[in-house]
Design a protein around this ligand. Structure first.
Ligand code: SF4
Length: 298
């Protein structure tokens, strides 16, 4: 079924990274192939399916001429859309390149299962066809936290594979979740995450804050962070990322308490000063020990 307004056919809910706001989105998969992380209910209402290549091609054909003419960036959804079988994905990328004359970049949500499953020559073929950016939810560099999140991966193994993919020239945008380890694992969660990020030195890294998304169990299983502990986590992370090359760092998601923006390590000192200022304010106003209002669904 194709919409007649010249846009791809979307099924809700539809998520995309904030930075892909100007990209044309195609849902080549619907839902998440894993759909099992204990903190995440993003796709809980959707049954996972891989959309047939022919359907995606029909959506590309159906684009309004001015969209075909202008589109420079394409984002492939839903969650972990990189699990799409490589042969079909190559066909889709070839078709996008053929039909969108100004196409510069294709990006995709890539979960650990897609990263591990596809072999390096497959990633090379995808890269040749302008798949040049992977959005990867690391969530934590600490295996105990990952186990609690039921992420289905070991941080070290994924790091090794991610390094090899990055060597091809594919960029990563890696997300870490503040508060994801609860209070008990808070410090180790951030130290290990900073170490993981330093080792990969992805082009982009961001911090989001854990908030309720339809699955309540996880929030009952960890000691909820406070405003103060979340700020301290940001500080531990920013202070301990020692990248091999500059990382564009963002912590300005709607869930974050303080918007942070810079390049690591160039902006490290400024960012720490900004976090210290926020900590000072939280203490002064008595909100340091309060829980943030992140445990109501939004
Ligand atoms: S966090 Fe990502 S991989 Fe895990 S269930 Fe949610 S969408 Fe799927």
């Amino acid at each position: 079924m194709i919409f007649s307004d010249g846009l791809p056919n979307y099924s809700q809910p539809l998520y995309r990274p904030p930075s892909e706001g100007n990209s044309l989105i195609f849902q080549i998969t619907e839902g998440c192939s894993w759909n099992n992380c204990s903190f995440c209910g993003m796709y809980i209402s959707k049954k996972f399916r891989i959309k047939p290549v022919e359907d995606v091609k029909a959506e590309i054909d159906n684009l309004a001429p001015y969209i075909k003419e202008r589109t420079k960036r394409v984002f492939l959804a839903d969650g972990d859309a990189a699990v799409y079988p490589t042969e079909g994905l190559i066909e889709i990328l070839d078709y996008l390149n053929e039909k969108l004359p100004k196409l510069q970049r294709v990006s995709v949500y890539a979960g650990p299962h897609a990263l591990m499953k596809k072999k390096i020559p497959e990633w090379e073929e995808l890269h040749k066809r302008k798949l040049t950016l992977l959005f990867f939810g690391l969530e934590s560099g600490n295996d105990e936290v990952l186990k609690h999140m039921n992420k289905g991966m070991k941080a070290g193994k994924v790091l090794e594979k991610a390094k090899r993919i990055a060597d091809i020239g594919i960029d990563f945008s890696v997300m870490v979740i503040l508060g994801g380890g609860g209070r008990k694992l808070s410090e180790q969660h951030m130290l290990d995450s900073a170490k993981w990020i330093s080792e990969l030195s992805p082009k982009y890294a961001s911090l989001l804050t854990l908030f309720l998304r339809r699955k309540r169990d996880y929030f009952d299983s960890v000691e909820k962070p406070t405003m103060g502990s979340l700020l301290e986590e940001s500080k531990i992370f920013v202070s301990n990322v020692k990248p091999k090359k500059g990382i564009i760092f963002r912590s300005n998601h709607v869930s974050n308490l303080v918007p942070l923006k810079g390049t690591l390590p160039k902006s490290t000192e400024r960012l720490i000063a900004e976090i210290d200022e926020a900590i000072k304010y939280a203490k002064k106003t008595g909100i340091y020990d309060n829980e943030p209002e992140l445990y109501e669904e939004f």
